[in-house]
Design a protein around this ligand. Structure first.
Ligand SMILES: Nc1ncnc2c1ncn2[C@@H]1O[C@H](COP(=O)(O)OP(=O)(O)OP(=O)(O)O)[C@@H](O)[C@H]1O
Ligand SMILES: [Mg+2]
Length: 469
């Protein structure tokens, strides 16, 4: 039964087993220009809720079959932003209070006053609107600073997103280099996902932890009887990845012999299974990654120069996290949300002093380390609540301080030149943050003249735009 009104903008669902309630609300809400849909039991209500967007739900607490509390829980699990007003009979106030604890927005007792329920509905609709606006703003914000689940607002990450978009549709081989934990695999997946191969397989092979002979048979497969133990013919990963993408991770680790075979696949687009004489043609896009400097390996003769040039058609360099500290708050928020969701925790915030520790810490393990630290803090803190400074491991807090004061010499030594540059950059960032990006005022704080500061900003790649506001 629909009581549609052409002028109605807000859509309301009434779930109540009493016919008379539908008549009462029908005329009351109809007059106000709302659209009202009717359901007469919990099951019907849930089905309607699932198939239509409602701005507000009026839900009777006492329903035959599924009771109102159960329906409330299911509605909220379908849409955590759903605004539900419970309708209760006189004498069940306690249950109604419990319902508001379980996520109901408000309740009213029968018989109700028209003006009162209309105010409640109006407020509920307003809350719904604000929440939805907020939600969409957040989504937009996230879309702006993320790309296929890679998060980053720093200019280096932003230009990387553009590069990924440019290279993804092509068939070019891409070499992704960067320290451990900087997101190389994530980028490889994004390239695949944004290409027209997205529906075909993405096969990641870690060349670092598989022994050479095994890696060879993994990549190229073998013919039955090729060696003892080859009891049946096996497809190689290049065949499995046909029409898709193969990602050769830690490529710097493969042996010289295997490098020669790989070069052949890249050049000829065909290969042979071990022990086979026939060649197999494949259409596979090759992506490779390394956290070692391949050029250095070429110089020392551990990596074939011709293979290096074949792989290095397009190079994507992943900046270490300490070089793009602007991304830390965004990444922290991203991981907090992700980990809280995975652990069914309410999303928590992070205290200012705690964020300062994250900003000062040098992150040798890059984004992976940040993700691990946040996961540990959330999982180990029993109550939830905002993340505070003392929930971090003490080594981390002191490491962040050591870097700031730079008076400690780490066990493994330190590049003085880099430490000094980091120290300079840190202070410049702090001065710019305090002055909202005003370089003249920042220069005064640092007792520099403005030209010198500006030169340093350029040389140290400080992103002033990130500091304002
Ligand atoms: N910019 C980012 N946004 C969101 N998550 C990220 C980002 N960069 C890295 N991560 C996350 O950090 C972890 C490490 O990333 P990834 O495995 O891609 O790094 P890697 O460079 O391949 O590291 P390694 O060299 O150690 O293999 C992953 O869980 C990944 O999802
Ligand atoms: Mg990796």
């Amino acid at each position: 039964m629909n009581h549609n009104n052409k002028n109605g903008s807000s859509r309301i669902l009434l779930i109540d087993d009493e016919e008379i309630m539908h008549d009462v609300f029908g005329s009351l809400l109809g007059r106000e220009g709302y659209q009202l849909d009717s359901a007469f039991d919990g099951q019907q209500g849930l089905e309607m809720f699932a198939s239509q967007l409602y701005d507000l739900i009026l839900l009777d607490l006492m329903l035959p079959g599924k009771d109102g509390m159960e329906v409330l829980r299911q509605i909220r699990s379908l849409d955590p932003h759903a605004v539900v007003i419970m309708i209760t009979a006189f004498g069940t106030i306690e249950a109604a209070v419990q319902a508001t604890r379980d996520g109901a927005y408000d309740f009213t007792t029968k018989p109700f006053k028209n003006e009162e329920i209309l105010v409640q509905i109006k407020n509920g609709l307003r809350k719904r609107q604000l929440e939805m606006e907020n939600y969409y703003l957040k989504q937009n914000f996230q879309a702006q600073y993320s790309f296929d689940s890679i998060v980053g607002k720093s200019s280096r990450m932003q230009s990387m997103f553009r590069l990924i978009q440019q290279v993804a549709p092509t068939k070019s081989t891409v070499l992704i280099v960067g320290e451990s934990g900087t997101g190389k695999e994530l980028v490889a997946k994004a390239i695949h996902n944004c290409s027209n191969r997205a529906e075909a397989p993405f096969i990641a092979v870690n060349c670092g932890n598989i022994p050479t002979e095994l890696l060879e048979s993994e990549l190229f497969g073998y013919k039955k009887g090729a060696f003892t133990g080859a009891v049946a013919t096996k497809k190689g990963l290049f065949e499995v990845a046909n029409l898709g993408t193969i990602f050769l991770d830690e490529i710097g680790n493969i042996s010289i012999e295997l490098q020669a075979k790989l070069l052949r696949v890249i050049q000829e687009r065909e290969f042979r299974r071990l022990g086979d004489v026939e060649s197999i043609r494949v259409d596979v896009r090759i992506l490779a990654a390394s956290n070692e400097d391949l050029q250095e390996l070429v110089k020392t003769g551990r990596f074939r120069e011709d293979l290096y040039y074949r792989l290095n058609v397009i190079k994507i360099e992943m900046p270490p996290l300490r070089k793009r500290k602007e991304d830390i708050p965004l990444l922290a928020e991203h991981f907090i949300r992700k980990i809280c969701d995975e652990n069914n925790r309410a999303i928590c915030g992070i205290e200012k002093e705690a964020m300062e520790v994250l900003l000062d810490y040098p992150w040798p393990g890059n984004v992976r380390e940040l993700e691990n630290v946040i996961e540990r803090v959330i999982v180990l803190s029993p109550k939830g609540g905002d993340i505070s400074r003392d929930t971090f491991p003490p080594e981390m807090v002191s490491a962040s301080e050591a870097l700031l004061i730079a008076d400690e010499l780490p066990e493994e030594g330190i590049s003085l030149r880099h430490a000094v540059l980091d120290f300079e950059k840190n202070l410049i960032i702090k001065a710019l943050q305090r002055t909202g990006g005003n370089q003249k005022k920042a220069a005064e704080l640092l007792k520099l003249n403005a030209t010198t500061l500006n030169e340093k900003i350029k040389r140290l790649e400080v992103n002033v735009a990130e500091m304002s506001g």
